[in-house]
Design a protein around this ligand. Structure first.
Ligand code: PLP
Length: 366
């Protein structure tokens, strides 16, 4: 099979042992299967540092966006108003979700290379008492910036509002003490830092806020409250569950534990990321986000200055030699992105940096 490793922010390269779990066609309603779902839910709470008395985990069919849409459209009621803090495409997607559902919202736009400011959120909340909920992305995969959800959540809680965090590309790879930071709903998906395969998202929700979602959902299949009510009984999913993906995810969680938990995984990702930035800087390729705010998941790089450069040509060159990278997503500059999560190690980073060097030297005829 002609394969390559993914240097993308998910789906990402998974282990063979995770993929092997998908060779079994599991029955959805038998007790063994339901038990697996319950174990996953309980492990997710541990990773989030929350107790079962205060929080619960709900798994939702579909990709990450389905999870975000489920939370927003199930928790922000007809009398409520949502403040969206956006510094990238995934913050802006929350606006799209709100618009589609007819939810009343305000958006606080921040530049893509800056983090939303907790002081500004405080001012907006003081000026607009109608705002009941605040949402924000943690790792904005558009650029790779890591937003300061701790400071923003502190303000949101001190002003008595509900905090929603999209931690799609950070949960499992960056430690998030969900209860201590005052997050009410946090969303991620199977194919990111836990290193499973795509097919479902998950929500860790504060129980008292989840109870308030009853009857508010704008759609049947994305009703977070109803999904929870069914799943909490014995682990049965409300509609057909992605059985193969669930088995793979259970294995991915075991492998996260074997690696040494979030702390060890974060260390590996951070080291990958630092090495990548160092190696590319040596080739004259600069990162778009400054060092203080650069997250450990994915990096946006400016195109090299003097090279006559086609991203597609470089992409093909690298792909043929075993790695897939990503085009840029920021709007105001020519950039490309390299993710360093998944089954990716320092040797992969060195290889890809070597390939970029080779490609650029070939271009300049050096
Ligand atoms: C921060 C963030 N939010 C939301 C999404 C959307 O997830 P999906 O493409 O799985 O729907 C992504 C995808 O990469 C993401 O990185």
């Amino acid at each position: 099979m002609n394969t390559y490793k993914l240097l993308t922010p998910g789906p990402l390269t998974t282990t063979d042992t995770v993929k092997q779990e998908m060779l079994f066609d599991h029955c959805t309603w038998d007790d063994d299967y339901k038990k697996i779902t319950q174990e996953i839910r309980s492990k997710l709470l541990k990773l989030a540092h929350v107790s079962e008395d205060e929080y619960t985990a709900v798994l939702m069919q579909g990709s990450g966006t389905f999870g975000v849409e489920s939370v927003i459209t199930s928790s922000v009621g007809p009398e409520d108003k949502l403040l969206i803090c956006a510094n990238g495409a995934y913050g802006e997607r929350m606006e799209d979700i709100a618009r589609h559902a007819g939810i009343t919202y305000k958006i606080y736009h921040q530049a893509y290379d800056k983090v939303p400011s907790a002081d500004r959120v405080a001012e907006i909340l003081d000026a607009d008492p109608d705002i009941t909920h605040v949402s924000m992305v943690h790792s904005e995969t558009t650029s790779g910036i890591l937003n300061d959800i701790e400071s923003v959540a502190k303000v949101v809680k001190s002003k008595g509002r509900v905090m929603i965090v999209d931690a799609m590309s950070s949960f499992g790879g960056v430690d998030i003490p969900v209860a201590d930071w005052g997050v009410d709903f946090i969303i991620s998906s199977a194919n990111k830092c836990i290193q499973g395969v795509p097919g479902f998202s998950f929500v860790i929700a504060k129980l008292d806020e989840l109870e308030k979602c009853k009857g508010k959902a704008r759609s049947l299949s994305l009703d977070l409250y109803d999904q929870w009510k069914t799943m909490k009984i014995d682990g049965k999913w409300r509609f057909t569950s992605p059985t193969h993906v669930v088995l793979a995810f259970a294995q991915a969680l075991r492998e996260l534990e074997q690696e040494g938990g979030i702390e060890a995984r974060n260390r590996r990702y951070t080291e990958n990321n630092k090495l990548l930035i160092k190696e590319l800087k040596e080739l004259g390729i600069k990162p778009y986000i400054d060092e203080t705010h650069q997250g450990p998941i994915i990096t946006t790089f400016y195109y090299p200055e003097d090279a006559h450069f086609s991203f597609n040509e470089m992409y093909e060159y690298i792909k043929e030699r075993g790695y897939a990278i990503y085009p840029g997503k920021v709007t105001e500059a020519d950039t490309f992105r390299i993710g360093n999560i998944g089954e990716i190690y320092q040797e992969d980073i060195l290889k890809v940096a070597g390939l970029i060097k080779e490609f650029l030297q070939g271009k300049s005829g050096r």
